[in-house]
Design a protein around this ligand. Structure first.
Ligand code: SF4
Ligand code: SF4
Ligand code: FES
Length: 288
């Protein structure tokens, strides 16, 4: 047998329907439903097909009213998180055949209000995230607004917070957190980890401004380190670890074992580098 034939056999035909699964989808259309209901759809599955692809099949062929949120289709934007067979996951990253089941039960993310069908209301998450001031806080505001050069940071300093900066605000961790399930006022893993991400950044000097948001009665001390958040994070952020580092930072600073460090200095602007006129100016910010 030729090599190309072997390859075809092992990789399979991407268009061949290998089985049909049942999508059991939790529906809620506020104009017509007084409460959520379940609806089944038969979805033919091909190799490599994702849960998001299956939702697209339903919308195109079976019921155009089905609603969900998605954008990038490549596990980057974080918008397609939903509760798939008992776990918060990205629909675009989850392959149907990997679930090894004939029934997919799909619901909107837990610990969120439901806007419609599989669309969660994430405004609570964004509000909590904003409370922790997830941006660089420095005294040289003018430089932050109109940068002339870059702030110094070593590769080791970058490494100390980089994994936490991968967060794409998908809310999977918030949906998995048992503390948040029983106490909606708890800040939750995503905002707390982002508070640590900026606190650990050598360019930032905003710990004192951030402390009140994370060290209060609804803050990081409510996290009991069960780690459900880290189990489901699709980006390997490990928010449970971030929360523990934040606790350590609070204790060290409270006991004065760690001093406020100066924010990293501005590097001299690079010499001989001119702006490429072909690169367009950055657009005006669309949010405050
Ligand atoms: S480790 Fe903390 S934030 Fe993460 S799921 Fe557990 S209680 Fe929630
Ligand atoms: S920490 Fe992970 S699970 Fe939580 S919002 Fe960020 S990317 Fe999603
Ligand atoms: S569509 Fe962007 S993460 Fe799934």
């Amino acid at each position: 047998m030729s090599h190309s034939h072997e390859e075809k056999r092992s990789s399979g035909d991407a268009t061949e329907v290998v089985k049909t699964v049942t999508y059991r989808v939790r529906r809620y259309i506020p104009e017509q439903d007084t409460q959520p209901r379940w609806q089944d759809f038969a979805v033919p599955v091909t190799r490599g097909m994702t849960v998001l692809d299956g939702l697209g099949y339903i919308k195109e062929n079976l019921d155009s009213t089905l609603a969900w949120r998605s954008s990038c289709r490549m596990a980057v934007c974080g918008s397609c998180a939903m509760f798939i067979n008992g776990l918060p996951r990205l629909a675009c990253e989850t392959q149907i055949l990997d679930l090894k089941t004939d029934v997919l039960e799909i619901a909107p993310l837990p610990n969120t209000e439901n806007v419609r069908d599989l669309v969660p209301d994430l405004s609570r998450l964004f509000e909590k995230h904003k409370r922790t001031k997830p941006w660089l806080i420095r005294s040289d505001q003018e430089e932050l607004d109109q940068p002339t050069a870059e702030y110094a940071q070593s590769p080791e300093e970058l490494e100390s917070y980089m994994q936490f900066s991968y967060c794409m605000k998908c809310a999977c961790c918030m949906a998995a957190c048992p503390t948040l399930a029983t106490d909606p006022e708890f800040l939750g893993p995503q905002p707390l980890t982002q508070a640590y991400r900026f606190t650990a950044d050598p360019r930032d000097g905003g710990f004192a401004e951030r402390r009140d948001a994370v060290a209060n009665a609804d803050g990081v001390w409510k996290c009991h380190f069960a780690g459900a958040c880290s189990e489901v994070c699709p980006k390997g952020v490990d928010p449970a670890f971030g929360n523990q580092l934040l606790k350590r930072e609070l204790v060290f600073r409270y006991l004065k074992l760690r001093k406020d460090r100066p924010t990293s200095p501005l590097l001299a602007p690079p010499e001989g580098v001119e702006r490429n006129p072909k690169i367009p100016e950055a657009p005006e910010p669309t949010v405050e």
